[in-house]
Write a protein that binds this ligand. Structure first.
Ligand code: ZN
Length: 343
């Protein structure tokens, strides 16, 4: 038996030294050691010549030998595969590589960043706040009376009652938090996602994005509001765009105005987007209501301010002529890919 064990050791050394760079050589290894007439089988045939008392020990040696051969074969096979894959002879390394698909920014983020950048140049800082708000910051502080329809369960997602917690319906709640923590002069814009309980359609969604602005200082007038928003429109849509203000009502501003720009889709001729008027509304604005200032201990006889708010989806729709709000949240790559190259 000793002689066979020595023989096995020798085979093992041979196998260890066996080099196989090609699949053909790996196959040669298999036939030589693991084939039906291979050395492993031949050595196993020796079992019958071993005395009974040594059969158990010899059985172990044989098993180890067989495993050794199988592992060695697996290793050679793996390496030969690698070498074939990376072999330089079969590949032309001067060919152009495969292109990596590069993602794009979401159109809403593109437009939001543009809005932020325009107002930053006018000295506005960016303020952010929580999306889950209490009743005071979302409604009370903003002078929305108890019976205001926006407070209705139908229009707002309440997540708790007594105390009332809700998903903010506008980013005015961030303005409230800024006024709570800062003294005038205040000059901030508040971008963020807001929620309203609307049926989802091409024109409405249960969540959308706003950028609101707030400027409070001594001697801030409606003329400052107009000049600021004129500048924004010209930077965003171009010098040729016409602007008009229409009187409106918001509980937190007095006087209030909605601002329209000449329709970018039809150029003022009249189309579906502008409901054939040639004008589209892009934002609401006004002078901050004295009651709102007083809510935060800001002296309304000394300070005045203006505020405005716009929907990012609306601005994006006009800029990129997207007619269906739902496209923004469907994650359809065919839609998103169209914004490749816009920074
Ligand atoms: Zn139009």
């Amino acid at each position: 038996m000793e002689q066979i064990v020595q023989q096995i050791e020798q085979y093992k050394q041979e196998m260890q030294a066996f080099e196989a760079h090609t699949p053909d050589l790996v196959e040669a290894f298999r036939i030589k050691y693991l084939g039906t007439k291979g050395l492993v089988k031949t050595v196993m045939g020796e079992m019958k010549n071993v005395p009974v008392e040594q059969k158990k020990a010899f059985g172990q040696v044989l098993n180890e030998f067989k495993e050794f051969a199988e592992q060695r074969y697996a290793l050679l096979k793996e390496h030969a595969g690698e070498q074939t894959d990376t072999g330089t002879s079969a590949k032309d390394i001067t060919l152009p590589g495969d292109l990596f698909p590069v993602g794009t920014r979401h159109p809403l983020n593109l437009v939001k960043n543009q809005i932020i950048s325009i107002f930053r140049r006018l000295g506005f800082a960016v303020a952010e706040g929580p999306e889950i708000e209490d009743d005071w910051h979302n409604f009370g502080a903003m002078n929305l009376p108890e019976d205001h329809p926006a407070r209705d369960m139908q229009d707002t997602f309440y997540i708790n009652q007594n105390p009332d917690w809700l998903l903010r319906t506008h980013t005015s709640s961030v303005q409230a938090r800024v006024m709570e923590n800062q003294k005038p002069p205040i000059r901030v814009i508040c971008p963020g996602r807001v929620y309203r309980n609307e049926t989802i359609s091409a024109r409405a969604h249960c969540f959308f994005h706003q950028v609101e602005g707030l400027y409070i200082d001594e001697n801030v007038s409606f003329a400052d509001l107009k000049q600021t928003l004129y500048f924004f429109v010209q930077e965003m849509f171009g010098q040729h765009v016409k602007v008009r203000f229409r009187p409106s009502y918001f509980p937190f501003t007095e006087p209030s105005a909605e601002m329209d720009i000449s329709c970018q889709i039809c150029g003022g001729e009249g189309c579906n987007i502008c409901k054939h008027t040639g004008w589209v509304e892009i934002l609401g604005s006004g002078m901050v209501h004295p009651k709102v200032l007083e809510n935060f201990g800001i002296d309304s006889t000394k300070y005045t301010g203006f505020a405005f708010g716009m929907g990012v989806e609306r601005i994006t729709q006009l800029k990129y002529q997207v007619n269906d709000l739902r496209l923004y949240s469907q994650n359809d790559v065919r839609f998103l890919k169209q914004f490749t190259g816009v920074i």
